[in-house]
Design a protein around this ligand. Sequence first.
Ligand SMILES: Nc1nc2c(ncn2[C@@H]2O[C@H](COP(=O)(O)OP(=O)(O)OP(=O)(O)O)[C@@H](O)[C@H]2O)c(=O)[nH]1
Ligand SMILES: [Mg+2]
Length: 636
Amino acid sequence: MAISLKSVIVGTAGHIDHGKSALVEALTGTHPDRLAEEKRRGITIDLGFAFLEENGVRFGLVDVPGHERFVSNMLAGAAGIDLVLLVIAADESIKPQTREHFDICRLLGVTRGVVALTKSDLVDADMLGLVRLEVEEYLRGSFLERAPVVPVSAKTGAGLAELKKALHDVATEIPGKDTARYFRLPIDRAFAMKGFGTVVTGTLISGSIGAEDDVELFPSGMRLRVRGVQSGGKSIERAFAGQRTAVNLSGIDYADVKRGMSLATPERFRATRRVDVRLTLLPSARKLKHRARVHFHAGTAETIAEVLFYGESALAPGQTAMAHLRLQDTVLLQSGDRFIVRQFSPVITIGGGAVLDPLARRPTLRDTGRASFLETLEGGKREEILSAMTERALLGLALEEIVARTGWFPQEIRETALKLAASGRAKIVSGEPLILLGRKAFDEVRRKISERVERFHKENPLSPGIAREDLRANLGRRVKAETFRAALEELAGEKKLDVQGELVKRAGSQIELQPEEARAKGEMEKAFSDAGLTAPSFKEVLAKLSVEAKRAEKLLQILLREKSLVRVTPELIFHAKALAHLKAQLAAYKKAKGERISVPVFKDLTGITRKYAIPLLEYLDRERVTRRAGDERVIL
Ligand SMILES: Nc1nc2c(ncn2[C@@H]2O[C@H](COP(=O)(O)OP(=O)(O)OP(=O)(O)O)[C@@H](O)[C@H]2O)c(=O)[nH]1
Ligand SMILES: [Mg+2]
């Protein structure tokens, strides 16, 4: 079955005219040069592709141009290769682009390869031996130190069988790509195919893709539907990471898709213009100054970047440092992605590295901990990384942001968040949607809340507590609603605060009245009690009290809260006993005279005027003591 085959991407590398394309043709039967101009000039300009199946391994070959002017095309092809086929012509040995391509492979983190000494038919055995020595010397100490070096001839076919075997042997050592992660395909070509519409191709670097899948096009964020998938010229149900993949897309014109864009699982990632990286400069490069501009290549994308260092004013040749890259264009980048930088002018490869934070914030002088944070991102375990990220996010981290910055699955993030919460390093302020806040920041919010509640009690001794919304507004906009809620909950759970509906108070706090306040409260209650159903206006009552209006208003609130008084309309307040008496009267009326009562009869019964009768009846309706039926009321 096709799926049991191992998929390995092989990229050629090497100087112009050293026989890369001829070798690909000799190995696969396909000449990778496609363009008329390539055929006319006899050189490769853009990427070419071919396929080979060998003993259970399916090789996707990416043939790159050797010409120094087309290194940027080479870079688009080199991204995503598992294995490099370093091509060195036996009659020329190591040349400038042999070195540049090899440097690029190193900087991209390629770890395996095979060396082909091509055009072996053009040299004698002595010369071949000499070149071999030179090559071995050159590769000493590099990832290709122990790689097989195979003399071949595309012309005579000599060495091809050995080369295939060497490729196969190395391929078996290559760990398979993770096909279970998010789908991501950096696009290297887009074209229209008759009867199909738009087709894009690329090396599938992560996850898998099949017909009917939804994908997101980056950087635009456009959502597209996959109509079909091919690999190696054949339609397949799904393509998996490690395969050269052609995706037939509906909903977009091929002219709107360009090399450098990416397809990915929808709604997970965000394209970026600021990344934090580990940057390594080649020993052959000139020192790179803070704020220098460079050409930036990652995946199939290419743009210009300004380089900012954290601390250093320049990076010396052969050295490595944490750096911030401000990109001229938005690109989809993920943590761990490799990139290459080339000198602005003249354009030569000077270094590269790995993305550590694809959604980096603008560097600030205050942010002195950034470099050590990046070290954690680079080498830390998942728990350490999430903890460090959380600590630096003062407003809290939402699940989507963590996904976009790490490429982790929600489940992995939840598990890690639980561990952090259990060990007291972070607080899950909301489970769904997940929002995580550093414990220190959360404790600070708690402290502010407690302090504010205390202050409120001190300043408002006649108020039972502070309104939730006032308390929240008091903390400023930097506290998320979820954080506020979680902090209140925790404080209430620890019996430090009481939260009663919309009111927050210190646990167990009670209003303590001054003697004159207690007296005024009693007077107020008595005034309403004496008035019965002919309730006085609050103003009238107030005028007779011994405390000033502001405190009287508070005392009224207390009486209303205690339910000694009841507000029937904004203007009308009755004593609770008067209302209880009214209800009893109606019950007695119902027994004696039946359930129906008219407004005039109600007025007679209670001895009140229309001014009070109507609001009271409406109140009774609301209380479900009565129900309106035409002009009458039914006593329930
Ligand atoms: N005699 C001989 N000639 C070869 C061999 N391999 C390639 N050539 C010739 O060398 C020339 C360049 O070969 P290509 O395969 O186009 O070289 P390339 O490395 O792909 O060149 P670029 O893609 O432009 O970098 C062609 O004329 C080939 O016919 C070989 O093994 N023996
Ligand atoms: Mg070529």
